[in-house]
Design a protein around this ligand. Structure first.
Ligand code: UT7
Length: 323
């Protein structure tokens, strides 16, 4: 028997305010046509004044608990993947732990920017497989609208706010690829690429800072590294793109999503795409897409799902799981 981390429930939360591409047109030199054609983005959600990352995360987590029919007191670990926590400390995770009524266990944040949810899923899997936890809430939540430079047309049009959550539970499997749950993970980072995607501020510099990105360079790394990591995690299982029912990629750019799917030999009708509605929500993008894929009937129990993401660091990776 092999212990597997199986998805028991999903939830998500998007702030009420929807901002269409046209909103930017009288503020910076851009157009709806440019944003759609270069990124696939049509709209994004921005958090209301005073609405924080832990607010978004708690709403998503409560929905995942309800979906699973599981009480918060029985969850023994909670991880929030975020780069935009409410405060320097405590972690967003401990705030969410309290908000959802999780009275025991432990909670912590993971910071791997847009790859954060993949990193958090891998950590949740490690906690479950090693017997340190049996029920783990994994949340990706961001308010990137707070770190956008609204005068920079190269970045401001790309990002949005939101949160998604998965509740994972330890289940005994047969130890084969037919098991439900997380089957393989593959994580990487390379700090030498710091300057192509970063925030020019932080606690130690006593500023919040703004997101800075050399888009073309990040794009180049993304199209190469995302297919590589997806192949690597599938390869650990002796699998290929042919075995995949759904790719649920980080939603940064439709052109990157298409290129990765093509390299994996997977048709676009087996890829969950939400970038048009959410923009790039960093660590929240994959759980938002997973929830959307489940809700609209795409992802079903037993399907083989591959998630992959890349972001600042650079940090990148993938997770293969059977739903
Ligand atoms: O989630 C973390 C990972 N992030 C990503 O994966 C993002 C990766 N990068 C990208 O998605 C793309 O590089 C962008 C969408 C950011 C940009 O697309 P691109 O095809 O690489 O465009 P570009 O940066 O090469 O810019 C092309 C032109 C430039 O004008 P010139 O120099 O050719 O005259 C830009 O100044 O488009 C111009 N441009 C814009 N024009 C209208 C840049 N931003 C805008 C804009 N509106 N918002």
């Amino acid at each position: 028997m092999t212990t597997r981390a199986v998805v028991r429930g999903v939830g998500h939360y998007l702030p009420e305010r929807i901002v269409p591409n046209a909103w930017f047109e009288d503020k910076i030199d851009t157009s709806d046509e440019w944003i759609r054609s270069r990124s696939g983005i049509e709209r994004r959600h921005f958090a209301a004044d005073g609405e924080t990352t832990s607010d978004l995360a708690a709403n998503a987590a409560l929905e995942a608990l309800a979906d699973a029919g599981i009480a918060a007191e029985t969850v023994d670990a909670l991880i929030v993947a975020t780069s935009t926590a409410d405060l320097t400390f405590p972690s967003a995770a401990t705030m969410v732990q309290h908000r959802i009524g999780m009275t025991g266990g432990f909670a912590f944040d993971v910071q791997a920017v847009c790859a954060g949810f993949v990193f958090a899923l891998a950590q949740a899997n490690a906690l479950i497989v090693s017997g340190q936890a049996t029920r783990v809430m994994v949340i990706g939540a961001e308010t990137f609208s707070r770190i956008i430079d609204f005068e920079d047309r190269a970045t401001s049009v790309l990002f949005g706010d939101g949160a998604g959550a998965l509740l994972l539970e330890a289940v005994e499997g047969a130890g084969t690829n037919a098991d439900r749950g997380i089957l393989a993970t593959d994580l990487h980072s390379d700090g030498s690429h710091r300057d192509i995607l970063y925030v020019d501020g932080g606690v130690s510099t006593q500023t919040t800072g703004h997101l800075r990105m050399q888009g073309k360079e990040v794009f180049r790394h993304a199209v190469e590294k995302l297919a590589d990591t997806a192949h690597a995690s599938l390869g650990k299982l002796g699998m290929t793109g042919d075995d995949v029912d759904w790719i649920v990629p980080h939603q940064a750019n439709l052109r990157i999503i298409k290129s990765t799917a093509q390299k994996m030999g997977v048709e676009m009708d087996r890829v969950v795409v939400t970038v048009q509605d959410h923009g790039n929500t960093s660590a929240a993008s994959i759980p938002l897409a997973l929830t959307t894929g489940v809700r609209n009937g795409q992802i079903k129990e037993g399907d083989l799902v591959v998630t992959e993401a890349i972001g600042g660091g650079l940090a990148w990776g993938s997770v293969v799981l059977r739903w």
